[in-house]
Design a protein. Structure first.
Length: 495
């Protein structure tokens, strides 16, 4: 009882190794992965019918089921595959795992594989590296890195369809592909792979590496091409008119809509809004590319390099004089200290420690960022207690200004808000988020008051302060907060 997996070498090439010929001559129940082989190849039952339309995982499971069942009956089973059984055949990999688990003897007899065939055709230099993938599992494989790609087992149109769909995720539609069959080469493109015909067991696809770096499992190329067309001579008049400055409001708007989707905990909405935000990135990169400044690939490459550079505790790298030695980093606070030190060492030294916080940020967010920058140099309260005392001090100054110097009220109000933001930071709270939550709470309770009033047939313009207070307490009760707001009607406007 046992299984022998025999490699038949590349279709159309010379004689098989002696051990492979001897094993085939020794006999056994012969099964071929595909009968689409060169003249002179062994003949037997093929699994071609399994590969027509069935899901890949199911195909390989059924194929190994058949081979293992035949082996359990006590006979010698020979499974012959194109190329080498060691390289680029996921069916063989699955068969090896299952045979080991079931303690069924299995032996592999190797012949020349796809790398040797592609090298002989002058397509690859193995010393530069090449990724080898099975066509039927290519859509579930990781994206190839900065290397050439060989796709094996392209012996049916179903394999070509699956390979074409997977390649279209990683490469531009016109990216070149070489079809290698019987020692002959034919050039095509990624967008044509799904329509390939005249395939057999020795057919390989060679996909050269991308000139700009690694392929991406979810490429920007389709979006980039759509944007290029919109900006082209026959494109959209509105898109052709846009500039970086005219698009500026949309960047802010889309970012806020992403935040809204996050707060709503709505995955579908978040997916949509992230796409809209990504569109803005690609739009600006297209404008820059047209001006000869940079491309979207450079945008991606730069942020990848930055992330790697600023995470030495993950990716390694030499960064002298860090607050925390990378191997000792265990907490997020240590990560942030190192991050800021690495960032300070990049590029030209800023004119001020407070540089780098845009004036266009929302006021609360900007003040919190600036306070954090100053705190890193030691300009800070020892803890939140000092900051809270400052809040009381600024509140008293605002009250004094309102009574005696109304013209200074705005300045004192600003100082009070700045002090509140500082207290929030020292309490590890986000002032922007806190105010947003309080505003949302006010909206909920006000809308609840409106519903109460509508149910009673009342007119909001005729309510007294005491009546507003009563409605407010009702809204809080409905929401589950039974705290009192005091006796002042003006308190009804305080969440």
């Amino acid at each position: 009882m046992g299984i022998a997996v025999v490699g038949l070498g590349p279709d159309g090439e010379g004689a098989l190794p002696a051990k492979v010929r001897e094993r085939l001559a020794a006999g056994g129940e012969l099964y071929l992965r595909t009968t689409r082989l060169a003249a002179g190849a062994p003949r037997g039952d093929g699994f071609d019918g399994l590969f027509r339309g069935a899901p890949t995982g199911e195909v390989y499971r059924r194929l190994t089921d058949i081979l293992l069942e035949r082996a359990r009956r006590g006979g010698e089973v020979v499974y012959a595959v194109p190329g080498s059984p060691w390289v680029g055949d996921e069916a063989v990999a699955l068969l090896r795992r299952r045979a080991r688990r079931e303690r069924i003897p299995l032996e592999l007899f190797a012949a020349s594989g796809p790398v040797e065939s592609a090298a002989a055709a002058g397509l690859v230099d193995p010393t530069r590296g090449v990724a080898v993938r099975d066509a039927f599992t290519l859509d579930r494989a990781p994206a190839p890195g900065e290397t050439d790609l060989l796709v094996t087992q392209v012996h049916h149109r179903s394999a070509a369809r699956q390979a074409g769909r997977a390649l279209s995720r990683w490469y531009p539609p016109r990216h070149p592909v070489v079809v290698l069959r019987g020692g002959r080469r034919r050039r095509t493109a990624v967008q044509e792979v799904e329509r390939l015909v005249c395939l057999d067991g020795g057919t390989l696809l060679f996909v050269p590496r991308l000139p700009g770096g690694a392929a991406s499992a979810y490429p920007l190329d389709p979006l980039v091409e759509v944007m290029a067309r919109l900006r082209g001579p026959e494109g959209c008049p509105w898109d052709r008119e846009q500039t970086h400055r005219s698009l500026r409001p949309y960047v802010v708007e889309e970012a806020y809509e992403v935040v809204e989707a996050i707060d709503a905990a709505d995955p579908a909405k978040l997916r949509e809004e992230l796409g809209d935000l990504l569109l803005q990135v690609v739009f600006h990169a297209r404008l820059a590319a047209e001006a000869g400044e940079f491309t979207v690939n450079e945008v991606v490459r730069e942020v990848v390099e930055k992330l790697v550079r600023r995470h030495p505790h993950v990716f390694g790298g030499a960064h002298p004089d860090l607050p925390w030695e990378p191997r000792q980093v265990r907490a997020s606070g240590q990560v942030m200290e190192n991050w800021h030190r690495i960032k300070e060492g990049e590029g030209e030294r800023a004119a001020s420690a407070l540089s780098g916080v845009p004036r266009q940020f929302p006021a609360l967010l900007r003040s919190q960022k600036l306070q954090a920058k100053a705190a890193r140099l030691g300009f800070d309260w020892p803890d939140h207690r000092g900051a809270l005392e400052k809040v009381h001090e600024e509140l008293a100054e605002l009250e004094a200004a309102v009574s005696r110097e109304p013209e200074r009220a705005e300045e004192e109000l600003g100082d009070l808000l700045f002090a509140v933001v500082n207290a929030a930071r020292l309490l590890s709270l986000d002032a922007e988020v806190a105010l947003g939550s309080a505003t949302d709470k006010f909206v909920r309770r006000f809308e609840s008051m409106e519903r109460q009033l509508a149910a009673a047939g009342g007119d909001p313009r005729r309510l007294s302060g005491a009546q507003w207070d009563e409605l407010w307490r009702g809204a809080k009760k409905i929401e589950g907060n039974r705290g009192t707001e005091g006796n002042s009607a003006n308190r009804s406007c305080v969440p």
